[in-house]
Design a protein around this ligand. Structure first.
Ligand SMILES: [Zn+2]
Length: 389
């Protein structure tokens, strides 16, 4: 016998009340283990097997996998345990306490996206392991908001989890099957400083960066000619020159210059190949001008992702919501789950406009349709055990 599962509201209160901020800035970063422990207890009381999977190289961070039923295939309901940091003085409500007001639940992570775990557990309550032909999994990842260490560790472990996956990121309950990839790249040129009065005393890195920038703008035009995807509001890859710093004084030859780029790439474009193509162009300028050069990532890229329009999870969510699957401009864990052999769709009750904002909320009227949708998916992919395709 299992112990009584907590109510939906009790779970929401527990999730919002348990701090799980992640950040690339160590001063803001917290362990997600208190949240994982809480979820693991609830999963077990709902009849799931709960496995806590520590993220190698990141102490205090764990993924969590709960499984109901057994066998190959099945449905994964996935979310991230972490939130972004918050600015408490800008909130009207306490960000770390679930507050019900104006037909909404306020709190950090209500929309993006800790509430999804409570909703998934509440939806699963209607099912027993013996009802399921294929397993139902609830996956909770670490560090999505910072560097996606949790999802990257799942890919590195390579363990197949299920055939179909739904990530409950905020999409206003509309299905999303593709997003762009995100890269941040740093270009550095090193020359030699010297007095401004005689150019032969040095080798100007800013002059070199001027040439690198024009080479990058030509490359951008080529990429935009060669790659198009009509599903996106901005239907081509973008390359933004976002930050430059070089030199110190007008009367000195600039010895060193650094440029930061943001690239948003379409499904089918490979971040590693793009970095190599950028490096080749920078190398050309460096060699011509006798400058040292380097190209490095500012962060590990988020690959682009696309799940086929014909995937069973896409078809099912389109027919259950009445909306055709769309593209979004924010990165998610979808490419990593797809790499593990799942057809992954993004669909959740929150609104992206509320995410990462003071007074983040989840509208209460989003809850019943989410539960209905999740139960329909569990019936279809776990009880009936529908195969892919
Ligand atoms: Zn999110």
């Amino acid at each position: 016998m299992t112990t009584q599962s907590p109510s939906l509201k009790t779970m929401l209160e527990g999730l919002i009340g348990t701090l799980s901020v992640s950040s690339v800035t160590p001063a803001f970063d917290h362990s997600n283990e208190p949240l994982v422990t809480l979820l693991a207890d609830w999963l077990e009381s709902a009849g799931f097997r709960a496995e806590i999977l520590p993220v190698p190289g990141h102490p205090g961070k764990s993924n969590l996998l709960g499984t109901l039923g057994s066998g190959p295939g099945g449905l994964v309901l996935s979310g991230h345990t972490d939130t972004v940091p918050f600015d408490a003085p800008l909130w009207t409500h306490d960000p770390l306490k679930l507050t019900e007001a104006d037909g909404r639940y306020y709190g950090l992570g209500t929309s993006d996206m800790k509430s999804f775990f409570a909703l998934a557990l509440e939806a699963a309550r209607a099912f027993r392991a013996s009802d399921l032909k294929c397993p139902l999994m609830i996956l909770a990842t670490a560090d999505e908001e910072s560097a996606m260490h949790g999802a990257r560790a799942l890919v590195a472990a390579g363990r197949p989890l299920g055939r179909h996956a739904l990530i409950g990121e905020p999409t206003n309950l509309r299905p999303v099957r593709l997003h762009k990839g995100v890269m941040g790249e740093l270009v550095r040129l090193v020359g030699r400083s010297g007095h401004a009065s005689d150019p032969s005393l040095g080798n100007n890195a800013l002059d070199g960066m001027h040439e690198v920038m024009s080479v990058i703008l030509d490359w951008r035009a080529e990429l935009q000619q060669a790659h198009r995807h009509p599903a996106f509001p901005v239907p081509y890859p973008t390359v933004n020159l976002g930050h430059i710093h070089g030199g110190d004084n007008p009367n000195r030859i600039c010895g060193e210059c650094e440029l930061h780029l943001d690239l948003r790439v379409l499904p089918g474009m490979d971040p590693a190949e793009l970095r190599a193509a950028l490096a080749e162009r920078v190398a050309g300028v460096g060699q011509r001008r006798g400058l040292q050069w380097s190209v490095e990532p500012l962060f590990a890229p988020i690959p682009p992702a696309e799940t086929p329009a014909t995937a069973a999870i896409v078809r099912a969510c389109e027919s259950l919501t009445g909306h055709a699957a769309e593209a979004v401009s924010f990165g998610t864990e979808m490419p990593f789950l797809n790499q593990l052999g799942m057809d992954t769709l993004i669909l959740g009750p929150g609104d992206i406009a509320q995410a990462h904002q003071p007074d983040e909320f989840l509208a209460l009227d989003r809850i019943p349709p989410t539960l209905e949708l999740l139960r329909a998916l569990i019936r279809r992919f776990c009880v009936e055990g529908e195969a892919a395709g």
